[in-house]
Ligand binder design. Sequence first.
Ligand code: UT7
Length: 314
Amino acid sequence: MTGSRIVALGHYQPSKVLTNDDLASLVDTSDEWITSRVGIRTRHIAAPDETVADMASRAAAKALAASGFDPQSVDLVVVATCTAMDRSPNTAAQVAARLGIPTPAAYDVNTVCSGFSYALATADHAVRAGAARRALVVGAEKMSDTIDWTDRSTCVIFADGAGAAVLEATDDFEGVGPVVWGSDPTKGDAVRIDGWDPTISQQGQAVFRWATTQLAPIAREACERAGVRPDELVAFVPHQANLRIIDAIAGKLGLSPDCVVARDVVDSGNTSAASVPLALSRLSERGELRSGGPALLFGFGGGLAYAGQVVRCP
Ligand code: UT7
């Protein structure tokens, strides 16, 4: 086997939906400000007793069911999250226990908003190294636990949810393409979730500038490493931070007019490590991904870290 491919996807969003008007009754903001500056119209917020592991398990169960694989055959579970409150057992072990996966390697990854692309890369590398054959890769976040609901600069942006992918070993080298990853740790303070009662804060303009000026060449490099021209992509699924960032990067890539650009942030808000698999799975559910076509996944944010890879759509 020379690589891995995505076999199936799944996602989960909590039932509670918060609108911009709902937020305008909490803080000094407006639907006009939020839609014009960020592009978000609604976001999903978890119930107080709903955990990251709950959401991760629900998304993972859907992906696993869609794959048709026996849980016993899954030998690796990776969960990307920056909001799991439990240190032990980690989220991946909790997901495995709930899904009846008996003996997997199970670990969590925290690179904040780029987490899913990092987790996908580590799973792909494990398969390429012969250390795993079937992997479950999940991004799940309960950002609402970290939100200061009196801070209008963050409470309108972040949200909860989970997305998952099932991978299997394949002799198709192109299934999950080479990752391009890295970070600018000197700018790490631009997104903080710290302390024992962690609260999120960010220097929005600094992150916005970094994302819109530094990241397009890196996204293009991920295409080059996969031997795919940007105008051959059938889908571009970047981290769902801000519609203006998504459109700025997409505009610099030279995508074909037929390429589907994920704009899930409009309905789902910014779900950090969950945003890429959530957006990908929702596109797939709507039948908007051409099976076998190349899609560029591209996570970026806290760290400031980034990771991207071209995958073949399931
Ligand atoms: O996923 C993690 C990585 N994070 C990101 O990618 C975030 C990237 N940054 C952004 O998306 C944008 O910077 C934000 C959406 C966070 C903010 O948009 P902005 O256009 O950069 O606004 P700003 O921070 O420059 O604030 C402009 C004004 C300020 O008022 P003054 O000082 O000009 O009077 C803010 O106080 O908008 C004010 N403001 C708001 N007004 C109404 C900030 N938040 C709000 C709000 N409603 N919710």
